[in-house]
Structure formats: structure tokens, C-alpha cells
Design a protein around this ligand. Structure first.
Ligand SMILES: Nc1nc2c(c(=O)[nH]1)N[C@H]1C(S)=C(S)[C@@H](COP(=O)(O)O)O[C@H]1N2
Ligand SMILES: [Mo]
Length: 377
């Protein structure tokens, strides 16, 4: 294993760029084929098959999963959520107490910050997402703001820390998965401590018995298997905050934190796939191209569909809720030959998906446009 990998292979980071005198990248796995370590992560952390873009609410078995360490199996009967730190009254709540508290139900599109990572060249070594690290579920639970208000947040609070029950080692650091949110985000009315997904108890892989869901933010903010919540008077400096989930140019760049989901659209690949290559084949004639688009902070304003580089606006539907994706469609009359289909979303902030990759060291937030090659025959 190259030196850089031994420090970073378990980190969401790639080895440094290495270019030999010959201009080849022989010793650098980020220029080579997929590694065994990436394959191992890929089979644990599955993505959402793109044909599931057809449905509003992704069933749990099709929703993407990302778990850094092992899935903890928690006995909900004896489990308690602790809320402490800079609060007037510490709380300890059973599942029974949480289910009795006021609840909200909210559809949320969740996307992994690493979605699109393996399309980058060179390829940052980590969970090797292509395009499908996304899903939309309907979450039910207690608004976090309600419980924080019950506990009474002190005036000097700046962040709220969420500790997961799952533990492991990343970047050489032993840790429980933990992330913080600025206090202003934590007090949003739509941030929820969820115990139900699509109307049923959370499945083990999605955080049973209780998880955080932060609508609009990339998935890492939505801590699963919550064990405790701590109100902080200083910013959290733990691994998943200060080292991982940063937009960095290289290993020494402190970078900027990954927060809101960028604007993105995806298309259901039309026609039928070749089993092994997944390349698409469809008959000539009219076909309805469909897909979904979302953006964390803004609303999706338009989706343009490109056929062989010629762009036209798609029809856009209203999302089911402010933080759920919206459906788009565009009729196409496929004529025989080879074609390239693309889609590109723009949100209300004016942000638009890039046509070419914007590389960063950890492979975060790659919202480059999807390109699908189809053979019409
Ligand atoms: N406790 C804990 N929470 C976690 C994670 C984790 O590994 N452990 N992964 C995070 C990441 S990176 C993502 S993208 C989302 C994925 O949520 P899902 O598996 O329910 O789709 O969970 C987040 N919450
Ligand atoms: Mo993620």
C-alpha cells in the first residue's frame, strides 16, 4: 500500500497525486482500476438504482445506504437518548417518551456528499459512488427544536453535537461517528429526530431506533443510531467535522466544510441495458425521458435536457415538499444511431450543474452532469 494510503485509505481522502518521470501514474491507485478496498465498501454501501427515480418515495430497500463502520443492533427497550451540555435541564428520553412527544412527518431527499466521487479523475479513494448515492424517504419523528427548547439551550451555545452509537477507526483515529450542527440549523423547525421511515420503524441500516434528519444538507449531517446530543459552547473539532467532509485541494489544505446539497438532476436511463456493460439500447420512435432534480438550499428552477449537445428545457413538476426532489420530463423522438443524453438543473440561487468535473481531494459534492450513451436500433 502506498504511504499516503496507509494514513488516508480509511479516510474519505485519496492519495496525493503522483506523477512519475515518464508521466505515468503507475504507483497511484487513484489513476488505476477500482481497488479491492473500494469494492469492499461498494458492496456494503449500496446506491439507488436509477430506475427508482420514477417513484416519489424510495422504499428503504432501494434508498442508498452509507455506513462508515458496522451497523449497531440496538435494543430499543433499554435504549435512552441523552440530551445535555449547555442546557438548563439535561434530559434522558426512552423511545416510549419520544413517541409520545409531538411529531412531524416530512419527505426529504438525502444525498451522500461523496455521490459522483468515482467519476472524478484522478479518483479519490473512498466509497466509490457513481451517480446513485441518493434517495427520498418520508421521515417521522420529534422536531429537534422541541426537545432543545424543553432542555433550555444556554445563551452561549454555538453548536449541537450528535453522537452515533457506531464506532470504528478512520484516518488512524478511534471514534464514534459524530457530527455537529450550528445552533441556528439545529433550531430549524424541520430538523427531525426520526423513528419512522416511510411509515415503518427505521430499518437497522438507516439508524434504528432513532436518527437525525437534516433536510437540505448532504447525508453526513443526518447522524444515525443516535445515542446522545450535546449542546456546545465551542465548535466541535472531531474527525468527521474537522478532517472528513471538507472541500480541499490537497491533504494540507484545511479546506471548507461540506454542508448543503448542491443542485443536481438525474435521468432514468431509457430503453434496456446490456447486462454487463449497462449500455442502453432502445427502438426508434417517441420516448418520454424522465428524471428528478433537487437542491439543498434553493428550489430547482429549471432542468435542461441535452440531446447530442443540443439543449431544451424539460417540463418540471412541483416537489411533494420543500426538501423533496421534483420530477421532470421531456419527450424525445429517437432516430437510429448513437446518441448522448444529458440533463442539467439550475436552482433559484442561480447555481447550475457544471459540464466538466470540479475536482477536490476528498471527492465531495461532485454534481457534474450525467451523460448517458444510447444506441437506437
Ligand atoms: N452514526 C452514523 N450516522 C451516519 C453515518 C454513519 O456512518 N454513522 N453515515 C452518514 C452518511 S455519510 C450518510 S450519506 C448518511 C446516509 O444515510 P442512509 O444510510 O440512511 O441513506 O448517514 C449519515 N449518518
Ligand atoms: Mo455520505
Amino acid at each position: 500500500m502506498p504511504k499516503q494510503m496507509s494514513r488516508h485509505s480509511s479516510v474519505l481522502k485519496s492519495p496525493r497525486r503522483q506523477t512519475g518521470k515518464t508521466g505515468q501514474h503507475s504507483s497511484d491507485p487513484s489513476h488505476g482500476p477500482l481497488t479491492g478496498e473500494e469494492l469492499q465498501l461498494a458492496v456494503r454501501n449500496h446506491s439507488m438504482p436509477l430506475e427508482a427515480l420514477r417513484i416519489d418515495t424510495t422504499p428503504p430497500g432501494l434508498h442508498y445506504v452509507l455506513t462508515h463502520f458496522d451497523i449497531p443492533f440496538i435494543d430499543a427497550e433499554h435504549w435512552h437518548l441523552q440530551i445535555g451540555g449547555a442546557v438548563q435541564r439535561s434530559l434522558e428520553l426512552s423511545m416510549r417518551a419520544l413517541r409520545r412527544a409531538p411529531s412531524i412527518t416530512i419527505p426529504v431527499t438525502l444525498e451522500c456528499a461523496g455521490n459522483g466521487r468515482s467519476l472524478l479523475r484522478p479518483r479519490p479513494l473512498s466509497q466509490p459512488w457513481m451517480l446513485e448515492g441518493v434517495g427520498t424517504a418520508v421521515w417521522t419523528g420529534v422536531p429537534l427544536a422541541y426537545l432543545l427548547t424543553q432542555a433550555g439551550v444556554e445563551d452561549d451555545a454555538v453548536e449541537v453535537l450528535f453522537n452515533g452509537a457506531d464506532a470504528g477507526i478512520q484516518g488512524g483515529v478511534a471514534q464514534n461517528f459524530a457530527r455537529s450542527l450550528p445552533i441556528s440549523e439545529a433550531l430549524r423547525p424541520d430538523v427531525v429526530l426520526a423513528y419512522r421511515m416511510n411509515g415503518a420503524d427505521l430499518p437497522p441500516q438507516h439508524g434504528y431506533p432513532l436518527r437525525l434528519v437534516v433536510p437540505g444538507w448532504y447525508g453526513m449531517a443526518s447522524v444515525k443510531w443516535l445515542s446522545s446530543i450535546k449542546v456546545l459552547t465551542k465548535p466541535y473539532k472531531g474527525f468527521q467535522q474537522a478532517e472528513a467532509y471538507r472541500y480541499q485541494q490537497d491533504a494540507d489544505d484545511p479546506g471548507t466544510p461540506v454542508t448543503w446539497m448542491k443542485v443536481r438532476s438525474l435521468m432514468v436511463p431509457p430503453g434496456v441495458p446490456d447486462f454487463f456493460t449497462r449500455s442502453r439500447v432502445l427502438p426508434p420512435g417517441p420516448v418520454m425521458l424522465t428524471g428528478r432534480a433537487w437542491s439543498g438550499q434553493g428550489a430547482v428552477q429549471r432542468v435542461d435536457v441535452g440531446i447530442d449537445g443540443k439543449w431544451a428545457p424539460a417540463h418540471l413538476e412541483h416537489p411533494a415538499a420543500p426538501f423533496a426532489w421534483c420530477a421532470w420530463s421531456m419527450p424525445w423522438v429517437a432516430d437510429p444511431g448513437e446518441h448522448e443524453l444529458t440533463c442539467r438543473a439550475t436552482d433559484s440561487s442561480g447555481a447550475v450543474q457544471p459540464l466538466e468535473q470540479v475536482w477536490n481531494y476528498q471527492g465531495m459534492g461532485n454534481n457534474v452532469v450525467q451523460r448517458i450513451k444510447v444506441s437506437v436500433e
